[in-house]
Design a protein around this ligand. Structure first.
Ligand code: ADE
Length: 173
């Protein structure tokens, strides 16, 4: 089966601010065929890369990463905002357009030799994913691929992530 997933993304002009076209994935999540197809495609990619774990940043990454991991039969690891994980963690801070942000991983979540695919709903500037990759690599994991539903090509995230293999199911300028 094949489907055009563009049909399940809503584009909202000037949200959350003038000049931004927001790509809303909730129509895709609400359609079991489109959602199932997207998860299957992403899981197939991660299997091809030999992934032994799936890591996703909160919160929209969780919506894709957890069903992928279940379909593949591998573990899921959340990358979370600070203060959410109650055990020993490692953290990475990164800069955003305005200000900075931090992500944390459980210190025991990744073991040396793990092959990891990182997944998120949308690739924009790549900052969140670059920080996630660093956390995985600090724990001895190998990032074997990056999987996205949507890539916003204009924002040049591929440049920031040029050392990594990337699969995006949909692209928008
Ligand atoms: N995150 C960053 N840019 C976005 C956009 N245009 N739509 C949805 N999520 C985003």
């Amino acid at each position: 089966m094949t489907m055009d997933l563009h049909d399940y993304i809503a584009s909202i002009p000037d949200f959350p601010q003038p000049g931004i076209t927001f790509r809303d994935i909730t129509p895709l999540l609400a359609d079991t065929k489109a959602f199932g197809f997207a998860i299957h495609e992403l899981a197939e990619y991660a299997n091809e890369k030999g992934a032994t774990k799936i890591v996703a940043p909160e919160s929209r990454g969780f919506l894709l990463g957890t069903p992928m991991a279940l379909e593949m039969g591998v573990g899921f690891v959340p990358a979370r905002k600070p203060g959410k994980l109650p055990r020993k963690t490692i953290s990475e801070s990164y800069t955003l357009e305005y200000g900075s942000a931090t992500l944390e991983l459980n210190a025991d979540a990744i073991e040396p030799g793990d092959k990891v695919v990182v997944v998120d709903d949308l690739l924009a500037t790549g900052g969140t994913i670059a920080a996630t990759n660093k956390l995985i690599e600090r724990l001895g994991g190998e990032v074997v691929g990056l999987a996205f539903l949507i890539e916003l090509t204009e924002l040049q995230g591929r440049q920031v992530l040029k050392d990594y293999d990337i699969r995006a199911l949909l692209t928008y300028e």
